[in-house]
Write a protein that binds this ligand. Structure first.
Ligand code: NAP
Length: 306
């Protein structure tokens, strides 16, 4: 964990509290407030975290006035992550610049910085919960949106040998691959359409298959790829299927992979670790991971607010 040796770098004057928040629209679904507030409570910090459900023009206006913002730090979620990267381009951390999306804004030595902790969350969940070693691996990434860019950055940065990006609209996958080839010239990056022949061929030789599309969120929705495109696990050669969708916890995509003998990982752990990283950037303290995980899972068990 990248905490700064547990040392508090943000000193709170007596009586003063810290204020954090999350910008997005709509925000009825967000589990971040309960997860972050559980973290603050576990460490006895005087801090609050509020949902800030704003129309785009209001969000844009606030980002233009960032130095005047009363918040001590904030998250950005759907649909404003790319807007934030465009508006905060002078203060981007390297991974946020490469991914083209910002989900965490924090202060470093009194100056605002814009980060993408989805990259960190994706990678740490894969390592700790997925027990998957990326180095030298072949991965198939389904989807080519913001979450796919975070996944590809984490995989390429982690030393993957080959990454295949399959998207419904292939030109978007081609664009993604072209951008990342410049950053990671040693990784074999290819783009494919989300079609049976190509997907099934690459699935057969990949160790990791990641769903980064939004397919699977809606009840009764068909999975992003049918079960018939997935290979059966051969003895001792299980693949890891990783779905970034976290609600439902067990998507049909993961159920199908499991029924064919593979290992699975849902999106909740990535959600936890992106939040853990944000917490540490804001507070300078090691995040209380188990308290935050508990709060997150309690929220996941409840019906989502619409
Ligand atoms: N677990 C976490 O912490 C975490 C973090 C970030 C995101 N996520 C999840 O990741 C998902 C994607 O987020 P995003 O920000 O990448 O969204 P995005 O930028 O809007 O990208 C959406 C992707 O889904 C694909 N897609 C949408 N509908 C499809 C369909 N019916 N069939 C096939 N492909 C379809 C799109 O393909 P086209 O380009 O062809 O339209 C695109 O590749 C969301 O479910 C989000 O909740 C999870």
């Amino acid at each position: 964990m990248s905490s700064q040796s547990g040392k508090q770098i943000v000193k709170q004057p007596a009586g003063k509290f810290q204020l954090y928040g999350i910008f997005g629209h709509p925000l009825g679904h967000t589990l971040s407030p309960r997860m972050q507030e559980a973290g603050f409570k576990a460490l006895g910090l005087k801090a609050f975290y509020v949902p800030l459900d704003l129309a785009r023009f209001r969000f844009v206006r606030l980002m233009r006035r960032l130095p005047k913002l009363v918040l001590d730090g904030f998250n950005v979620t759907v649909p404003y992550k790319e807007d934030a990267a465009r508006m905060l381009k002078k203060i981007l951390e390297p991974e946020a610049a490469a991914v083209g999306a910002v989900n965490t804004v924090f202060k470093k030595n009194g100056r605002w910085r814009a980060a993408n902790t989805d990259v960190f969350g994706f990678g740490l969940a894969l390592k700790k919960k997925g027990r998957f070693n990326v180095r030298g691996a072949k991965a198939v990434v389904l989807g080519a949106g913001g979450a796919a860019r975070a996944a590809v950055y984490a995989l390429a940065g982690g030393g993957a040998r080959e990454i295949v990006v399959c998207n419904r609209h292939k030109p978007r996958a081609i664009l993604l691959v072209r951008n990342f080839r410049r950053l990671f010239p040693k990784v074999c990056l290819t783009a494919e359409a989300l079609e049976r022949e190509a997907v099934a061929r690459h699935l057969a030789s990949a160790g990791l298959i990641v769903n980064t599309t939004s397919v699977g969120l809606k009840p009764g929705e068909a999975p992003v790829i049918p079960r018939a495109w997935m290979p059966r696990a051969s003895s001792g050669r299980k693949k890891l299927f990783y779905d970034l969708v976290y609600r439902p916890v067990q998507t049909v995509f993961l159920q199908n992979a499991k029924s064919l003998g593979h290992r699975t990982l849902g999106g909740a752990e990535m959600l936890l670790y992106q939040g853990v990283r944000a917490f540490e950037l804001w507070t300078g303290r090691r995040a209380p991971e188990s308290a935050m995980r508990r709060a997150l899972w309690e929220g996941l068990k409840e019906a989502p607010k619409r």
